[in-house]
Write a protein that binds this ligand. Structure first.
Ligand SMILES: *Cc1c(COP(=O)(O)O)cnc(C)c1O
Length: 409
């Protein structure tokens, strides 16, 4: 038997129905007009940003890494709440340039940027986080060709790692950034190039729920930046400290102790301010802004029993939400928090069922043996914690079903 999932959903429940954006889910489904759909609650996004602002020292600027959720309406909305954006492709760059965000508050990371992307970035006047010496040379050349002096920061592959991160992106050999020990030579070369040095981008990992690990990484990040700044072609104007703040997805996971992280960071800021008087200190977060504010909603189209096990067949599945199926970087499949949105609590004793999708593969599971047995045909199955790495991190073309709608409520 799988343990029931006790996630303290941050969505209110009224008359046994989830409220999304203040609206009963059943009514929202009518408003959207079709299932499956993704819905993102703007009030929850606002509250999350406010919570961060209240806890963080004022000196820390907040950037949104839009790969977590690049829906244009979400990005537009966040443009009014955060201090900058981080993008990882020319496509994402287009989305953020359509917002009111000032170009010099936008940075572009990611290995293997194409020449076309570097030209666009230079022309747009955004900050390119250089991932290799080759990128630096190309950026300088395309800048000269189009008559601008491109802004660049060096993305550093640190000589430390972020412990307990869901996804480690630093320490040891990595395809991201330039190894810290090679950065001095790169900076020496940069002095000879028509590039405006902005600073450093030191991102060490993602989805971390352990405050201690994040604090340690932040301490190490400032230290590394101090060492590297000695060889810099100019003052550090941008120091991107990475992010890595995780959200709880699975049974037993505890929320990140945000207060502890922020207080510790506040303690590091005075020395950092002294050593980097011109720098903007940035934390870049993706899922922490939007992950908990989003749900994926599908409808039960069939209810089948097979040799004692109940299956709820829904019109949604892994082609829209790969992560919930357990196939997006998980080693052991665990259930996302899933509930029956229009019938949150069962009338009688809870019973188990598996919510699955319509794809002809046994991988297409949204919730395995969870307390969903009271769901009826037509009911709405809700996957929580779905505001990040949902639709755009899923193989939508697989099996040729229609795309879901996305709404910001
Ligand atoms: C993916 C990514 C992020 C966002 O990660 P989250 O876990 O969603 O916060 C931030 N910065 C960089 C460089 C990334 O690659």
């Amino acid at each position: 038997m799988t343990a029931p999932h006790h996630v303290d959903t941050i969505f209110p429940v009224e008359d046994n129905c989830l409220l999304i954006g203040g609206m009963p889910l059943t009514r929202l489904a009518e408003r959207v007009g079709s299932t499956p759909f993704y819905a993102y609650d703007r009030q929850l996004i606002t509250e999350r940003v406010a919570q961060l602002r209240a806890a963080l020292p004022q000196e820390i600027h907040l950037h949104y890494a839009i790969k977590a959720n690049p829906m244009p309406a979400v990005v537009q909305y966040l443009a009014g709440l955060v201090d900058g954006f981080d993008v990882a492709s020319g496509g994402e760059l287009k989305v953020v340039l359509d917002t009111t965000m000032a170009p010099d508050k936008i940075s572009f990371a990611g290995p293997g940027k194409s020449e076309a992307e570097l030209r666009q970035a230079a022309a747009a006047g955004i900050v390119v986080n250089l991932e290799s010496e080759r990128e630096m040379e190309t950026l300088a050349r395309v800048g000269s060709e189009i008559g601008v002096r491109p802004k660049a920061a060096v993305r550093v592959n640190p000589d430390f790692e972020l412990k307990a991160a869901g996804m480690k992106m630093s320490g040891g050999p990595k395809q991201f950034g330039v190894d810290a020990e090679r950065v001095p030579a790169m900076l020496a070369r940069m002095k000879q190039l028509p590039i405006e040095f902005y600073g450093f981008h030191i991102f060490s990992g993602s989805q971390n729920l352990r405050a201690e690990a994040i604090m340690e990484a932040q301490r190490n990040t400032f230290e590394l930046a101090r060492r590297l700044a000695k060889d810099a072609p100019g003052p550090v104007r941008l120091l991107n400290l990475g992010g890595g703040f995780g959200i709880p997805y699975f049974p037993g996971e505890q929320r990140l102790d945000l207060q502890a992280v922020c207080e510790h960071l506040a303690g590091l800021v005075p020395d950092a301010r002294r050593d980097f008087p011109e720098a903007e200190f940035v934390i870049e977060l993706g899922r922490y802004f939007v992950g908990e504010a989003g749900v994926y909603v599908s409808r039960v189209v069939d209810r089948k029993e097979s040799r004692g096990q109940l299956f709820l067949i829904t019109d949604g599945g892994l082609h829209h939400h790969l992560a919930a199926s357990g196939n997006f970087g998980q080693v052991i499949r665990k259930n996302y928090p899933v509930l029956v949105g229009n019938r949150v609590k069962p009338e009688g004793e809870p019973s188990l069922a598996s919510a699955v999708g319509p794809l002809c593969t046994p991988l297409d599971v949204l919730g395995d043996k969870m307390e969903l047995g009271h769901a009826q045909i037509g009911d709405l199955i809700v996957v929580l914690q779905s505001g990040a790495y949902g639709l755009t991190a899923s193989p939508q073309a697989f099996l040729g079903h229609p795309a879901p709608v996305e709404v910001l409520v």
